[in-house]
Ligand binder design. Structure first.
Ligand code: SAH
Ligand code: SF4
Ligand code: F3S
Length: 473
């Protein structure tokens, strides 16, 4: 088999092994899960949604908050029961722990949870097929080194069927790792130093996705707007240059990027929002806190003013931009006044949605050792107040869509027969009655109402809209 690693058994495609991959983290974690499944496909593994059927279960973990880590250990306990049931039927089930907890805790995981056979760090999963083959001889493997080779080069490409199964939207990692070292955050330790992939390789990935039917690409990176991959002229290209290049790929009609850092919101990226119709007018720009004192203690390296200026510059470039953000409440030393500064910043910006979290001390990060940790009850009370405000803004934003006609990318069948589910440019979910052939099309939809997490709509111009007659062809 071309590209087979030494020691790898020839796959038996008539009786494939089954792998179940479960993601616990961010978009990059989800993307990595797909790439792990892709890496294992040439070794004869097909994906299964059922743990009970699996020969290999991969838990792709997240280390960002304590809760995320707790979840992993309780899930290992649950999978162990399936493993024991399989063993009682004479069948082997391997358990692998991958991702950011694997990277941070390494061998500790196999010590704490003896059912785990393999621990694979976030930079090593291209080596999975070789590791699995070695495991057949028994024992345990822990591989969390940062390798010298580029995992993206070594990874198997997804097959056309794998892409088609994953739908018309796709993530693509363009930048990974972080050099910013916010004092609360584990990412610089679990993902390593910032690296950017070359433009040429990203374009090749996106072309392949587009050929298989993908219409929307979200470029992902921990600090995606710090992107500086090698461009066509051999010099570093910015995210704006990359977005311009990708907007030329036939079939790609929508582009997004996440997560960006306010410090890296450079002029040319702001201009891309003005100049590129394919670049969706919804920007996730985390700020964490509205208090300068707390921003400094977090080592965010920008002020409230700097953040609000970035928002204003973006809005000047494109008037219909809507923002989302991440917030942490109860960071060490946060007073009621600091928290009110966060509330006032939320009022000032007016978000289309946002994520908010209680600060969770992470071992090895500077903030975990700071004095003045905020009591959990106080942090929780602030979180509820912030979430109430964010929910109110989100609902107001959704309500403001009613009566408007918006472009919707139709993504998949809905729960009701004859219904499709799609997304607006602002990532709002829309349900609309439509034929399945329209999946992958962007069509104008008149928004008629709102549900809890969704908007309802009808095709604008129905029932005789000419674009509908031709769109499915
Ligand atoms: N690179 C992105 C964020 C990555 S982590 C950025 O710079 O904004 C995603 C979010 O998790 C962060 O924005 C932050 O809000 C939250 N987060 C990170 N560490 C946390 C911690 N220790 N406790 C609570 N929330 C945390
Ligand atoms: Fe974490 Fe800060 Fe880096 Fe974001 S910028 S990944 S919050 S250290
Ligand atoms: Fe979690 Fe790692 Fe993503 S810690 S948020 S899975 S980068």
């Amino acid at each position: 088999m071309p590209g087979a690693k030494p020691g790898m058994t020839e796959p038996d495609m008539s009786n494939p092994r089954k792998v179940h991959v479960k993601s616990f983290g961010c978009q990059m974690n989800v993307y990595d899960s797909h790439r792990m499944a892709d890496a294992l496909a040439p070794a004869g593994y097909v994906e299964t949604a059922q743990i009970a059927d699996a020969d290999l279960v991969i838990l792709n973990t997240c280390n960002i908050r304590e809760k995320a880590v707790d979840k992993v250990y309780s899930e290992i306990g649950r999978v162990r029961e399936f493993k024991e049931a399989a063993a009682s039927q004479g069948r082997e089930m391997l358990i692998a722990v991958a991702g950011c907890v694997a990277q941070a805790e390494g061998e500790e995981i196999t010590r704490r949870a003896s059912a785990v056979d393999l621990v694979v760090g976030s930079q090593n999963y291209h080596r999975l097929p070789g590791m699995i083959a070695r495991l057949r001889n028994g024992g345990k493997i822990v591989d969390t080194e940062f390798p010298v080779e580029d995992k993206f080069d070594a990874l198997a490409q997804p097959s056309r069927t794998a892409i088609a199964k994953r739908g018309v939207t796709s993530f693509v990692t363009v930048q990974e790792g972080c050099d910013k070292f916010c004092t609360f955050c584990v990412v610089p330790y679990t993902r390593g130093a910032e690296i950017s992939r070359p433009v040429k390789k990203i374009v090749a990935d996106v072309e392949k996705l587009a050929e298989a039917g993908v219409r929307e690409i979200t470029l992902i990176g921990q600090n995606v707007n710090a992107y500086h991959g090698e461009g066509a002229d051999g010099r570093p290209a910015t995210l704006s240059v990359l977005l311009h290049r990708l907007s030329d790929v036939p079939g790609i009609v929508r582009l997004r990027y996440t997560t960006s850092h306010p410090l890296d919101m450079k002029d040319d990226l702001i201009e891309a929002h003005r100049d590129l119709p394919a670049l969706m007018p919804y920007v996730h720009l985390p700020v964490q806190s509205g208090s300068d004192r707390i921003l400094a203690a977090m080592n965010r390296r920008h002020t409230r003013r700097h953040y609000l200026d970035a928002i204003a510059r973006l809005r000047t470039a494109r008037g219909d931009l809507v923002f989302s953000s991440d917030f942490i409440v109860g960071f060490p030393g946060e007073t009621e006044q600091d928290f009110r500064d966060t509330l006032s910043l939320v009022e000032e910006v007016g978000y289309g949605g946002a994520y908010s979290f209680s600060y969770s001390p992470r071992p090895g990060t500077p903030a975990a050792d700071m004095e003045n940790q905020v009591p959990a009850a106080e942090s929780h009370e602030r979180l509820l107040r912030l979430q109430a405000l964010i929910t109110q803004q989100w609902q107001a934003f959704n309500a403001s869509s009613v009566g408007r006609t918006v472009d919707v990318l139709l993504e998949k069948p809905g729960r009701v027969t004859g219904q499709l589910v799609g997304k607006t440019p602002y990532l709002q979910t829309v349900q609309v009655m439509a034929r399945p052939e329209l999946i992958g099309k962007v069509l104008p939809v008149a928004i008629t109402g709102t549900g809890t997490n969704t908007l309802f709509g009808e095709f604008a111009g129905q029932p005789h809209a000419p674009e509908l007659a031709s769109a499915g062809a």
